[in-house]
Design a binder for this molecule. Structure first.
Ligand code: FAD
Ligand code: NAD
Length: 473
C-alpha cells in the first residue's frame, strides 16, 4: 500500500470538519485539518451560529426583553454602552469556545495546519500559507479527504457593499452595528434572526423578501403567529418584492428602489439573501468534482462520498439543511464510512431551530406537508398562555402545534413559536423518533409549572376531537 502523510485530511475546521476529525482519530487514524483562518472553528464559531446567538442573548439581557411584560424596557440612551457590553460578551464567548475546540483536537492528536488548501491530485493537496506578507507552500498527501469548506455570504455585483452602511452578516458578527434604521434584504433564517434582534434594540426594521412568505419551510400557523408578533412590534415586511437598484446618498445611506417602483431609505442595509459554497480555487477540476451554480457539491447522501470515492464532502458545502447541528453529524458519518464503521441513519428526523426573537422550532411534517402526503391528520394546539409557566415568565404569546396521524395516533410533526422553542422541540423529536404519539403525550405527567406542559395540552386538544368509542349508558 502507498504511504501517505495522513490517513484522513480534512479541509475546513468548522463543525463538519472537527467532528469528522475526532471520529477518525477515535478509530485510530492519523488526521489533519487544514483551515485558512487565524483561529479554528469555521463560520459556526467566528461569523455565524455562535456570534449571532451570543448577540441575541446579550440583546435580550441588556434590553430586559424577557421581563418586558412586567417592567418597561431599558431605553436606547446607553447605545454605546450596550454595544460595548455586547461586543465584550461576544469576544469572551468565542474565545472560550476556541479554547475548548483547540484542546479537544489536541487531546485527540488531530494536527491543525494553517493555510489554504487546493487539490493537486486525488491523494494530494497543495497548501499555501501567507505569513506576514510572505507566501510559502507545501504539499500534504492522504488516503482519504473530507471537503468541509462551508459557505460565504452571497454578494451579487449590483449590491454596493462597503462594510459600513451596506453590509452582510459577517460584518454584523464582527462588530454589532447600531444604525438608526435598517433594511434587511432576504427573509430567510439569517435575515429574520437579525431583523428581530435589531428590532429588540428598538431600531426600526424593514424586511424585503422576494417570496410571498417568510420562512416558507415552517408550518403556516406558526409563521402567521410569528408575523403577527413582528408587525405588532413595528417590523415592516415587504413580501413578494425584489430590489431593482441600490444607490448611496451623500451620507452613504442606501436608497433602495423596489421592483414595484417604491423607494426605501434607511441608515443601513443588511444583505442576507443566501450563501455560496467556498469552492474558489479549491482545485476541484483536478479531481473531477463538479459544483452547482451556488458552489455546492453533490454527494451520495448515504455515504457522503463525492463522485471521487476517496473524497468525501459534508456540512454546508453539500447544501440543505446547512446547519451546524446537521453538519457535525454529517462529518462524523463521513469519517465512519471512510474507515468502515457502519452508519446508523435511524435518527433522521432532525429539528430546525430559528433563534429569532421569539424563537421558532420545528420537527417532522408541517400540517400542509402531511395533508399533501395523504395523511388524515388531527391537530392539537396549546398556547403558552394556557400554561402557568408562560404566565410566570411573561411568555404568553407563544404556541405549540402538534400534527398527529389519525390512523395510528402517532406524532408526525411539532412546530413551536415562543421563547424556549429551540429546547422544547427535543421532546417532540424523541416522541417522533421513538414512534410515540397522542397517547404518550396525553397519558404522562409533566412537571408543573413548565412550558413542556404545552405538549400535554396540545395532545389533549387533539384527543378531544378524536372519534370516541361509544360509551355505555
Ligand atoms: C449568521 C449565521 C447564523 C447561523 N446560525 C445557526 C444556528 O443557530 N444553528 C445552526 O445549526 N446553524 C447555524 N448557522 C449555520 C452554521 O454556521 C453552518 O451550518 C456551519 O458553520 C457549517 O459548518 P461547516 O463545517 O460546513 O463549515 P464552516 O463552519 O463554514 O467552516 C468551514 C471552514 O473552512 C475554511 N476553508 C474554506 N475553504 C478553505 C480552503 N480552501 N482551505 C482551507 N480552509 C478553508 C473556512 O475558512 C472555514 O474556517 C448559521 C450560519 C450563519 C451564517
Ligand atoms: N438558526 C439556524 O439554524 C440558522 C440561522 C442562520 C442561518 N442558518 C443557515 O444559513 C443558511 C443561509 O441562510 P440565509 O438566510 O442567508 O439564506 P436562505 O437561502 O435561507 O434565505 C435567503 C432568503 O432571501 C430571499 N432572497 C433571495 N434573493 C433576494 C432578493 N434579491 N431580494 C429579496 N429577497 C431575496 C430568498 O427568497 C430567501 O428567503 C441557511 O441554509 C440556514 O440553514 C441557520
Amino acid at each position: 500500500m502507498t504511504d501517505f502523510d495522513y490517513d484522513f485530511v480534512i479541509i475546513g475546521g468548522g463543525p463538519a470538519g472537527r467532528r469528522a476529525a475526532i471520529q477518525a482519530s477515535k478509530l485510530g487514524k492519523s488526521v489533519a485539518i487544514i483551515d485558512d483562518q487565524k483561529m479554528i472553528g469555521g463560520v459556526s464559531v467566528h461569523t455565524g451560529t455562535l456570534p449571532s446567538k451570543t448577540i441575541r442573548e446579550s440583546v435580550l439581557s441588556v434590553t430586559g426583553w424577557r421581563d418586558q411584560h412586567f417592567k418597561s424596557r431599558q431605553h436606547r440612551d446607553g447605545v454605546k454602552m450596550m454595544q460595548d457590553s455586547i461586543n465584550s460578551r461576544l469576544s469572551t464567548t468565542l474565545g472560550d469556545e476556541v479554547e475548548v475546540i483547540d484542546s479537544q483536537l489536541a487531546r485527540n492528536n488531530v494536527r491543525i495546519l494553517k493555510g489554504r488548501a487546493k487539490f493537486s491530485g486525488i491523494h494530494k493537496l497543495a497548501i499555501q500559507q501567507n505569513s506576514q506578507g510572505k507566501k510559502t507552500s507545501f504539499s500534504v498527501t492522504a488516503d482519504k479527504f473530507l471537503i468541509a469548506v462551508g459557505t460565504k455570504p452571497f454578494r451579487p455585483k449590483n449590491i454596493p457593499f462597503n462594510g459600513t452602511t451596506v453590509i452582510d452578516s459577517d460584518s454584523v458578527a464582527a462588530n454589532l452595528p447600531m444604525p438608526k434604521s435598517i433594511t434587511v434584504v432576504g427573509g430567510g433564517v439569517i435575515g429574520i434572526e437579525y431583523a428581530t434582534i435589531f428590532s429588540a434594540l428598538e431600531i426600526p426594521v424593514t424586511v424585503v423578501e422576494a417570496r410571498e412568505r417568510i420562512l416558507e419551510f415552517i408550518d403556516r400557523d406558526i409563521v402567521a403567529n410569528f408575523v403577527h408578533q413582528l408587525t405588532e412590534r413595528g417590523i415592516s415586511l415587504r413580501l413578494g418584492r425584489k430590489i431593482n437598484k441600490i444607490t448611496l446618498d451623500n451620507h452613504n445611506c442606501p436608497n433602495i428602489l423596489l421592483d414595484d417602483g417604491r423607494q426605501l431609505r434607511s441608515e443601513m442595509l443588511l444583505f442576507t439573501a443566501g450563501r455560496v459554497g467556498a469552492v474558489d480555487n479549491l482545485g476541484l477540476e483536478k479531481v473531477g468534482i463538479e459544483c452547482d451554480s451556488r458552489g455546492r457539491l453533490v454527494v451520495d447522501r448515504e455515504t457522503l462520498q463525492t463522485s471521487q470515492p476517496n473524497i468525501y464532502a459534508a456540512g454546508d458545502i453539500i447544501g440543505f439543511p446547512a446547519l451546524a447541528s446537521t453538519s457535525m453529524e454529517q462529518g462524523r458519518q463521513a469519517a465512519c464510512h471512510a474507515f468502515g464503521v457502519p452508519i446508523n441513519h435511524s435518527g433522521n428526523s432532525f429539528p430546525l431551530g430559528i433563534y429569532s426573537i421569539p424563537e421558532i422550532a420545528s420537527i417532522g411534517l408541517s400540517e400542509e406537508d402531511a395533508r399533501l402526503k395523504g395523511y388524515q391528520v388531527e391537530i392539537g394546539v396549546a398556547r403558552f398562555q394556557e400554561t402557568s409557566r408562560g404566565h410566570i415568565l411573561g411568555n404568553c404569546k407563544g404556541m405549540l402545534k402538534c400534527i398527529f396521524d389519525l390512523s395510528d395516533r402517532k406524532l408526525l410533526g411539532v412546530h413551536i413559536v415562543g421563547e424556549g422553542a429551540t429546547e422544547l422541540i427535543h421532546i417532540g423529536q424523541a416522541v417522533i423518533n421513538l414512534n410515540g404519539g397522542i397517547d404518550y403525550l396525553s397519558d404522562n405527567v409533566f412537571n408543573f409549572p413548565t412550558l413542556a406542559e404545552a405538549y400535554k395540552v396540545a395532545a389533549l386538544d387533539a384527543y378531544n376531537r378524536l372519534p370516541k368509542p361509544r360509551l355505555r349508558a
